[in-house]
Design a protein around this ligand. Structure first.
Ligand code: ATP
Length: 301
C-alpha cells in the first residue's frame, strides 16, 4: 500500500456576485474566493500490486468518513474524483479514501469540493502523473463548481460557473475568520432557484480585488458582499441575528459564505478571531476560529 495525506482546506467567498442567468440555466458567477485554515484531512491509499479482476470503479474505490452526515459510497464526491482520475490515467487498482471531517457539511464552505480536490491532487502525486493544476481543474470542473478553485486555493477571482479561476497574490497578514453555522443546512440549488436578479445589490468585485491584493483590512471589510443573502436573510431570521452577534462580539465585518448558512466574521488577526469565537460558543452549536490560508490543498505526509 502507498499512502498520501492531504489537508483539504475550506473556502469562504469574500465577495459573491451573480451577473446573469445563462441560456443553459446556470448562473454566471463573479466571486473572490479565499481558502481558510479550517481543513479536513484526506488520506488516500493505493495498492499497485493488487491483483485486479475488474475495471469497475465501484469495486475498486472505497470511501470512509468520520461524519455520519457524509455518504460513504459512490455518492461521495471524493469517490467521483477518484473514478474520473482513474479513467483519465488508466490506472485500475484498489483505492482507499479516508476523510476526517472537520468542515461543517452543507454549510457554504466547499467541504465536499475540497475533498474531491484533495483526491485529485493526492492521486496525481501517488501515480506521478505530473498533471498541472490547470489540468486537474479541468477534471475537477466535471465534479463540482467549487472544485477548480479548491485545487488552486489561496485567493482567486472566480468566474463562469466556477471553472475560470485566476489566482491572486495577496499581500499582508492572514486576517482572522470566525465561522458560525446554525444547526440547519441550506440547499444551494434552492437558493439559486429563488434568486431574483432584478432585486439584488451587486457587490463591488473590483473594490474587493484591489483591497485583498493590498491586504487592506478596512477596505476588505467595506467591500464584503454576497448577492445570495438577498434570498437567505429574509427567509432565515437567525442568520441576521448571527451577523449582529458576531459584530457585537468584536468582528469588524460579517458575511454569509456561498449559499450559506455559515456566516463568517473577519478580524484583523487570528488571535482576535479566537477571542470573538469564545464569546459565541455557548450560543451557537458550531463556532470555529481560523485565519485566511494561502493554500487550498497541502500534502503533509
Ligand atoms: P459548496 O460551498 O461547494 O456549495 P457546501 O459546503 O455547501 O458546498 P458540502 O459540505 O460540500 O456543501 O455538502 C453538500 C452535500 O454534498 C452534502 O449534503 C453531502 O451529503 C454531499 N457530499 C458528498 N460528498 C461529500 C463530502 N466528501 N463532504 C461533504 N459532503 C459531501
Amino acid at each position: 500500500m502507498l499512502s498520501i495525506v492531504v489537508k483539504a482546506h475550506a473556502k469562504i467567498n469574500l465577495s459573491l456576485d451573480i451577473l446573469y442567468r445563462r441560456v443553459d440555466g446556470y448562473h454566471e458567477l463573479e466571486s473572490i474566493m479565499q481558502s481558510i485554515g479550517l481543513h479536513d484531512v484526506v488520506t488516500i491509499s493505493i495498492d499497485p500490486d493488487a491483483e485486479v479482476k475488474t475495471l469497475n470503479p465501484a469495486h475498486l474505490i472505497r470511501v470512509a468518513t468520520t461524519s455520519p452526515e457524509v455518504p460513504a459510497d459512490e455518492e461521495n464526491i471524493a469517490f467521483t474524483a477518484a473514478k474520473l482520475l482513474m479513467r483519465h490515467a488508466g490506472k485500475y487498482m484498489p483505492i482507499r479514501i479516508n476523510i476526517q471531517k472537520n468542515i461543517p457539511v452543507a454549510a457554504g464552505l466547499a467541504g465536499g469540493s475540497t475533498n474531491a480536490a484533495a483526491v485529485l491532487v493526492g492521486l496525481n502525486q501517488l501515480w506521478r502523473l505530473g498533471l498541472r493544476p490547470v489540468e486537474l481543474a479541468e477534471i475537477g470542473e466535471k465534479i463540482g463548481a467549487d472544485v477548480p478553485f479548491c485545487i488552486f486555493g489561496g485567493t482567486a477571482l472566480v468566474g463562469g460557473i466556477g471553472e475560470k479561476v485566476t489566482p491572486i497574490r495577496r499581500r499582508g497578514e492572514d486576517f482572522g475568520v470566525v465561522l458560525v453555522k446554525p444547526a440547519f443546512g441550506i440547499s444551494t440549488a434552492e437558493v439559486y432557484r429563488s434568486l431574483d436578479l432584478a432585486e439584488v445589490r451587486h457587490p463591488n468585485t473590483l473594490g474587493m480585488l484591489d483591497a485583498i491584493i493590498e491586504g487592506d483590512f478596512t477596505r476588505v471589510v467595506e467591500n464584503l458582499g454576497n448577492v445570495l443573502e438577498s434570498v437567505t436573510l429574509p427567509r432565515y431570521q437567525s442568520l441576521q441575528e448571527i451577523k449582529m452577534a458576531l459584530l457585537s462580539a468584536g468582528a469588524s465585518g460579517v458575511l454569509q459564505s456561498g449559499s450559506g448558512p455559515t456566516i463568517f466574521g473577519l478580524t484583523p488577526t487570528g488571535a482576535a478571531a479566537v477571542e470573538v469565537a469564545a464569546k459565541l460558543r455557548d450560543r451557537y452549536p458550531t463556532v470555529t476560529a481560523t485565519t485566511l490560508s494561502a493554500k487550498g490543498q497541502e500534502i503533509v505526509g
